[in-house]
Design a protein around this ligand. Structure first.
Ligand code: ZN
Length: 219
């Protein structure tokens, strides 16, 4: 494993990433894009521990367990500057208007240091796949060419696979990565409130299945 500084938050904290397997990484796993969705942070930390113990895959993966670290510490969806990082990416459809007051998109596209780090990582790394861990109603949201991957994960969890969330999400990672960069992206919504102690065992097999599939496809 190699640990590196993925970027910094607006309060100057380092956002750590842990990479495993062949370099360069082709697979990125993000936890804690929304700081109050701690279920995804828990799963990401569990993955780091599991990968430290055993990593048999022929595909490199980078795990960022707490992408919005300021938000995780403050238990807020938004970052320390009150911006929803998943509405702030420089997509073609970015919009200064908040479609929902809970999801402020920021003063301009890619205004936030966390997202600037993510954008530069995406531009510099030959990523083939992104898994972004959130929590809400259980679902696996597909952006780009990854329906098969979503269905494999769903087999383990019984989560519903969704191809359109049904409301506008300008500036979100799914749109930015999948549509602008052709990097298939799954937004994985863990059941909000699932006990932390259950999360790793419940979701780990689905991630293993995904790793094996990505290895076969890209490794
Ligand atoms: Zn979220």
């Amino acid at each position: 494993m190699k640990t590196f500084i993925f970027g910094h938050t607006s309060q100057g904290l380092p956002i750590l990433a842990h990479s495993f397997g062949p370099s360069p990484c082709q697979f990125l796993i993000l936890g804690g894009v929304h700081g109050d969705e701690v279920e995804g942070v828990a799963l990401a930390y569990g993955l780091v521990e599991s990968f430290l113990e055993y990593f048999p895959y022929g595909i490199g993966v980078a795990v960022v367990p707490a992408f919005n670290l300021d938000g995780v510490l403050a238990k807020t969806r938004v970052n320390a500057r009150d911006v929803d990082l998943n509405r702030n990416l420089p997509t073609k459809d970015w919009n200064p208007k908040a479609f929902n007051a809970r999801y402020p998109p920021g003063p301009f596209a890619n205004s936030e240091p966390e997202n600037q780090a993510l954008v530069s990582y995406i531009k510099q790394t030959p990523l083939k796949f992104i898994l972004s861990l959130h929590s809400y109603h259980p679902m696996i949201l597909v952006n780009g060419d990854c329906l098969k991957e979503a269905e494999l994960m769903a087999k383990w969890t019984g989560y519903e696979v969704i191809e359109d969330i049904g409301y506008p999400t300008p500036g979100c990672l799914g749109t930015y990565a999948a549509h602008d960069f052709k990097i298939p992206t799954i937004t994985y919504e863990i059941q909000k409130g699932q006990p932390i102690a259950e999360i790793i065992n419940f979701h780990f097999p689905a991630v293993v299945e995904l790793m094996k599939f990505l290895e076969g496809r890209y490794g």
